[in-house]
Design a protein around this ligand. Structure first.
Ligand code: ATP
Ligand code: MG
Length: 557
């Protein structure tokens, strides 16, 4: 993995945020740092948020600082406590602890007072124009804006109107509060941005107390300042917001938090916008926010990803200043890396064909012992029953194999993993020519641990039919067929690129030890990949979700 090695090499140097923090601490600008993770509770967290979480918490941890969790809950119509709860669960699951939990809505009163300060300083005014008029009069990049006819309202009148806005005297959209900055500013966001709009809506925390709500730009920086956040880290698209962020801090003369931007995480074959993810859930394209094909943290968890693997991924991705797109195979590499060390091994046959050993006694059962994890001797051993009737993978037999096919063929020999060498004697087919059974003989001298070790080229896995545990296997593939989902043609919808084969459900057979596994992380089905037990499993039924194959089976385009 060339690409992964080079990312790792770069990483040994400080990233640009670490450089800034080290410098700030060295010159005494701050004695300690305070970062925040500021999700809007309008959806479940995804792998992009995980990147931001690892960055904010990781940076503070590295430099002995702290991190707040702040819900940016300024948009009552889209937010919900369901999301608040899931966000907290996901941050904790990733392994991070916040020092304080805050809500932007806790600051509504203070933000309101500060808005009145701005009015008194003649730096804000109530505008009666419609949304549409405001939009048109803002001008364009090449044409300056046109001042609102209400821009020169007297301070007293503005205070009065703003108080009445708060009291609920006006309808939604009738008036807004705007900052008075510069209608011909080269940065469109500085052309008298809206600070407050009227929304008569119930808020999940403040109830019906408010009917005016602050805009993101007005709330975010001031919330940082109230909490005395030293380094406010956000994604690149907010760099044009920074002058406004600084303008409020300067005009209000409050704690000087500083904003820094890094490139958001984009992944191939993935959409990450919460709006789109919500649509996928609502329209039933996926089973829910935690569908294992979703890039959400709860989806990845249900898929068998571990917190360790996601933190490793965030590390490998690093911190970039320019937008890029990361290959999904890097995420998969990270989970393999972690599971390879820790996961228990079992044999499960996914696509079974029956194999009978003609010279093995009918009612005999032998027990073979095998390590639970070859990578970790402490994991102990498991018992695998062996009998005359077995399942093997259909793909492990070929009637007319190509050269270098070392698995089972007519007249050929293979070793059954942990067990005997067998030889194919006969194939039984149905009327359509499909193979229904393979008849073999076994070599009693080839039992591991007895006599002389005879080696054959191929080893295949197997499960004893009378001992097999029926196992529902949910095999996932990438949710979209297009690598760069941000560059799909304008006349297409992202849903046009949904992969129709992203979920295949099949029934396989597992060795009995699988049912008794209590490791609580994904296991390895030998030669097949990593799988995690789904909560749909019960005493009578095993259900496993495929996390990832053992090797990358996608050629990189
Ligand atoms: P979306 O656009 O999908 O709704 P968002 O950015 O509005 O996402 P927020 O809840 O506002 O979602 O995000 C919380 C924090 O996570 C922000 O600081 C944001 O910059 C960061 N974040 C969101 N998406 C990504 C991403 N893809 N990569 C890195 N950080 C991200
Ligand atoms: Mg946002």
């Amino acid at each position: 993995m060339e690409e992964i090695r080079s990312v790792a090499a770069e990483e040994r140097q400080l990233n640009f945020l670490e450089e800034i923090v080290e410098n700030d601490l060295a010159v005494g600008k701050h004695n300690s740092i305070l970062t925040r993770f500021p999700p809007e509770p309008n959806g479940y967290l995804h792998i992009g948020h995980a990147k931001s979480i690892c960055l904010n918490f990781g940076l503070a941890k590295k430099y002995g600082g702290k991190t707040n969790l702040r819900f940016d809950d300024t948009n009552p119509t889209k937010e919900d406590v369901e999301y608040v709860d899931s966000i907290k669960e996901d941050v904790k699951w990733l392994g991070f602890n916040w020092v304080s939990e805050f809500y932007a809505s806790d600051y509504f009163e203070q933000l309101y007072e500060w808005a009145k300060d701005l009015i008194r300083k003649n730096l804000a005014y109530v505008d009666d124009q419609t949304q549409e008029e405001i939009r048109i009069n803002r001008g364009t990049v090449t044409r300056p804006g046109i001042a609102s006819p209400w821009r020169e309202r007297e301070v007293e009148e503005n205070i009065d109107l703003f108080e009445r806005m708060r009291r609920g005297e006006f309808k939604d959209g009738a008036k807004v509060l705007r900052a008075k900055i510069d209608m011909s500013h080269s940065n469109m966001l500085m052309r008298d941005p809206i600070l407050y709009r009227i929304i008569h809506a119930y808020h999940h925390r403040t109830g019906d107390k408010w009917c005016i709500y602050p805009m993101y730009d007005y709330a975010h920086g001031q919330s940082d300042s109230i909490e005395k956040i030293t380094h406010s880290i956000c994604t690149l698209e907010f760099d044009v917001h920074r002058p406004l962020y600084d303008w409020f801090i300067e005009k209000l003369n409050i704690f000087p938090s500083r904003q820094y931007e890094f490139a958001r995480l984009n992944l191939t074959y993935t959409v990450m916008s919460k709006r789109k993810l919500l649509e996928l859930v609502k329209s039933g394209f996926v089973a829910g926010w935690d569908d294992p094909r979703m890039p959400t943290i709860c989806g990845l968890r249900k898929r068998g990803y571990t917190p360790e693997s996601i933190r490793l991924f965030a590390d490998k991705v690093g911190v970039a200043k320019r937008d890029n797109i990361i290959d999904l195979s890097l995420l998969e590499w990270c989970v393999r890396e972690d599971l390879n060390k820790r996961s228990n091994r079992y044999m499960t046959v996914i696509n079974p064909v029956k194999l009978t050993i003609s010279n093995y006694p009918k009612d005999k059962v032998e027990i073979f012992n095998a390590p639970v994890n070859q990578e970790n001797p402490d994991a102990g051993t498991r018992e695998i029953p062996f009998s005359r009737e077995l399942y093997i993978e259909r793909e492990d037999f070929m009637e007319e194999p190509p050269k270098k096919y070392f698995r089972l063929r007519p007249g050929g020999e293979v070793r059954l993993k942990y067990s005997y060498i067998i030889k194919c004697e006969e194939i039984i087919k149905d009327n359509d020519g499909n193979i229904t059974e393979i008849v073999c003989s076994y070599d009693p001298q080839s039992r591991p641990g007895t006599g002389e070790w005879r080696s054959v080229k191929g080893t295949i896995h197997w499960v004893s039919v009378p001992h097999a545990a029926e196992t529902e296997l949910r095999l996932f593939d990438r949710l979209f067929t297009e690598a760069d989902m941000d560059s799909i043609p304008q006349d297409k919808s992202y849903t046009d690129f949904l992969n129709p084969n992203s979920l295949v459900i099949t029934t396989g057979y597992s060795e009995p030890a699988v049912a008794k596994d209590v490791s609580n992380i994904a296991v390895q089905f030998e030669r097949n990949g990593y799988f995690v037990k789904d909560s749909d499993s019960n005493d009578n039924k095993l259900v496993f979700n495929k996390t990832v194959g053992l090797k990358s089976n996608w050629t990189q385009s």
